[in-house]
Design a protein around this ligand. Structure first.
Ligand code: XMP
Length: 510
């Protein structure tokens, strides 16, 4: 049985990060909301439990609490921040509110040098973010670390395998955070650390084979990372029992549709159904200039075409999706009974019937999906593909979308990508593309006056795409890109660089 650690979510902002940091040590971690019944937790044979942080105070009775019997299961528990105070509260220690918060990088002193949790960890810097603090550890607990302002920065009841830290070991600002989590996982919980992507592939392929049997599977393939990796996994499991439906609405990057088709038909065993509907999309988009109208038309048309094709292919069997873990996690932020609605989880029309839906990647984070993709031999262009919006180049063309404008944009975008690759900046930039603002300006080519399109380059760095900074691409790289675009691409005589951060600008222009 797979060993796993439970991350019990009390609404903290770092819950996914905690799970990812545990998985960095080759131990599977899953996130469950604090509303999960104790009986369910008992039945899962967890090797350890981590209480996350949370925005609340334990004395506010509306804040998330948990049955204190969880501490009596004999399963090691690590409380982090709010989770630390909660453990103290559950065992009747004292939590008080400080006059000032302790926030930022703080030095802690380790008081118990032979603590398993602090094995090989010296006095060092940690990341604190709290107002409430433990003024008296519960009976049976000893204080294992303190800071100048926090009398109990960590505490433990080693006999009962209960550990708690006021700081955040999961963030990189905590110097020995990685080591502390590793100590919890291996020294306290006794994990073996054998959850590796190679094993994941083997187990998933076996269970897919078992589940699918001799039936068919249909997968919607967008060419994005998630659906591509799901396709490769399913192909490895059931070969040509798999049919991938790829809708090319003519709004992909230059030659991208052909690349996706070639990759999957030449490298993987499957039925590949490509629906080319670029002309129909252009016809539907005729006259539309408002960004939201265009998005709606593209979205509606896409799903019409997609579901019609799926309906044709549906013949009992299974429908597969490239849903990944962050799309499925129930959060502990008070909406625990609601699974996040997300564009990766799409609602199928009622008249289309499959035996079941298969989501082979629903346990993995994005970086793990990429690792699986690499191991399955998917080309790196696909595995490391930057995010690409569902409406494709449609959100990068201002004004009416025409075939000519798409071609202009695709050409300039291809030059940009080529130069970024040559300059070695690919992995440093989170997303980069060109935009056609539908603006004409005057220029000069040889002896001729020109009046042609302006192209804008957009390149950003970001961790989460919620906020972003414009990328500081060196001027000489920008100069090469600009030169090549005006020389090699028809109908462009000027190139500008978008230096707006998000907010106030969004990453896409429409
Ligand atoms: P914005 O423009 O909102 O973009 O700053 C944030 C990120 O989301 C991507 N994006 C989309 N992705 N469907 C998608 O799947 C969409 O309709 C869509 N619109 C924007 C955008 O490329 C960026 O990575």
């Amino acid at each position: 049985m797979k060993e796993k650690i439970l991350v019990l979510d009390f609404g903290g902002q770092y819950n996914q990060l905690i799970a990812r940091r545990v998985r960095d040590h080759n131990v599977f971690a899953e996130i469950k909301p604090y509303t999960t019944p104790l009986e369910d937790i008992k039945s899962e044979n967890y090797k350890g439990i981590i209480f996350t942080g949370g925005p609340n105070s334990v004395y506010d009775m509306s804040s998330p609490h948990y049955d204190s019997a969880i501490l009596d299961l004999g399963i090691p528990v690590l409380g982090i921040c709010y989770g630390c105070q909660l453990m103290c509260f559950m065992r009747e220690g004292k939590v008080e509110s400080a006059l000032t918060s302790e926030y930022g990088k703080i030095n802690i002193n380790i008081d118990k040098k032979n603590s398993r949790l602090f094995k090989d960890i010296p006095d060092s810097v940690v990341w604190m973010s709290h107002t409430d603090y433990i003024s008296e550890a519960p009976v049976g607990f000893e204080v294992t670390a303190h800071s100048a302002d926090c009398p109990c920065a960590a505490m433990e009841n080693a006999e009962q395998k209960l550990y708690a830290v006021q700081f955040h070991p999961e963030v990189t600002h905590t110097e020995y955070g990685k080591k502390l989590l590793s100590n919890f996982i291996f020294e306290v919980c006794g994990c073996a650390g054998d959850w590796k992507m190679e094993g994941f592939i083997e187990n998933t392929v076996n269970s897919l084979r078992e589940k699918i049997g001799g039936k068919k599977v249909v997968l919607g393939l967008s060419g994005g990372v998630d659906s591509s990796v799901a396709a490769a996994l399913l192909s490895k499991a059931v070969g040509n029992q798999l049919t991938c439906v790829f809708v090319d609405q003519g709004l992909m990057r230059k030659d991208e549709g052909d690349f996706v088709e070639k990759t999957f038909t030449s490298l993987f065993d499957m039925n590949f159904v490509r629906v080319n509907c670029g002309d129909e999309f252009i016809a539907k988009l005729k006259g539309a200039t408002d960004p939201e109208d265009k998005r709606k038309i593209i979205g509606t048309e896409f799903y019409n075409v997609f579901w019609n094709k799926i309906r044709e292919e549906a013949d009992g069997g299974f429908f597969a999706q490239g849903t990944i873990y962050p799309d499925c996690i129930e959060s502990g932020k008070g909406d625990a009974d609601k699974i996040k609605t997300h564009h990766n989880k799409v609602k199928m029309p009622d008249d289309i019937k499959f035996d079941d839906v298969i989501e082979p990647l629903c346990d993995l984070f994005k970086d793990e999906v990429r690792r699986v993709g690499e191991l399955l031999g998917i080309p790196k262009e696909l595995v490391w593909r930057q995010p690409f919006p569902g409406p494709g180049l449609g959100v990068r063309i201002m004004g009416e979308i025409t075939k000519e404008k798409i071609a202009i944009l695709q050409d300039a975008d291809a030059v940009l990508r080529d130069e970024i690759a040559k300059s070695g900046l690919e992995r440093e930039l989170s997303q980069y593309f060109v935009v056609l603002p539908d603006v004409h300006t005057v220029g000069v080519m040889g002896d001729h006056r020109t009046f042609d399109h302006l192209i804008a380059i957009r390149a950003v760095t970001t961790d989460d795409f919620m906020t972003a900074d414009f990328a500081r691409i060196p001027y000489d790289v920008l100069a090469r890109i600009s030169n090549r675009i005006v020389n090699e691409c028809d109908h462009i005589n000027r190139v500008v660089y978008d230096i707006t951060s998000k907010p106030p600008g969004t990453i896409e222009w429409a």
